[in-house]
Unconditional design. Structure first.
Length: 134
C-alpha cells in the first residue's frame, strides 16, 4: 500500500503537462491481420507530446518498473478498441477519413496483471486531469 501511494504521488507529479491535441491515424491489427489479438486506433504524435508524457510517467514509476522485466517495446500511442480471445484473421480496414481532432485532457494509471497463457487484465489505480496538478 505504501509503494502504491508513492507511485501515485510520483505519477501525479508527471501529469503537469498541458492538454494534448491529437487525431486518429489508422486502425491496426496486432500482432498482424492474419492472427490479430488486438485492434487499436493509432494516435498522431507529431510533436512527441504523448511520448514525452509517457516517458515522464515511466520515470515516475521506476520504483515498481525496476522489479519487472523489460519488455523491449517502443512506445506506441494508441487506443485499444478490442482484445480478441483467440487469434483472428481480420480484413483490411478502410482509411480513416474526415480527420477528427480531439484533446487528451485526462490520464489514468493502470496496472497490467499478467497471467501466463491468459490475456492481461488491467486494474485502474488512479486518474487525473492533465495540467491541473502541481
Amino acid at each position: 500500500e505504501e509503494e502504491v501511494d508513492e507511485v501515485r504521488d510520483r505519477v501525479h507529479g508527471a501529469l503537469v503537462s498541458s492538454v494534448i491535441t491529437t487525431h486518429f491515424t489508422r486502425i491496426v491489427a496486432r500482432p498482424r491481420p492474419a492472427s490479430a489479438q488486438l485492434l487499436a486506433m493509432e494516435l498522431a504524435d507529431s510533436n512527441s507530446a504523448i511520448a514525452r508524457l509517457a516517458q515522464q510517467v515511466h520515470q515516475a514509476t521506476d520504483i515498481v518498473a525496476s522489479s519487472r522485466p523489460a519488455r523491449g517495446e517502443t512506445f506506441w500511442p494508441h487506443i485499444t478498441l478490442v482484445r480478441l480471445r483467440h487469434p483472428t484473421r481480420v480484413r483490411r480496414f478502410p482509411p480513416i477519413g474526415n480527420e477528427h481532432v480531439f484533446d487528451i485532457s485526462r490520464a489514468s494509471l493502470y496496472d497490467s496483471l499478467i497471467s501466463p497463457g491468459r490475456p492481461p487484465r488491467y486494474e485502474a489505480l488512479d486518474s487525473a486531469t492533465l495540467g491541473t496538478l502541481a
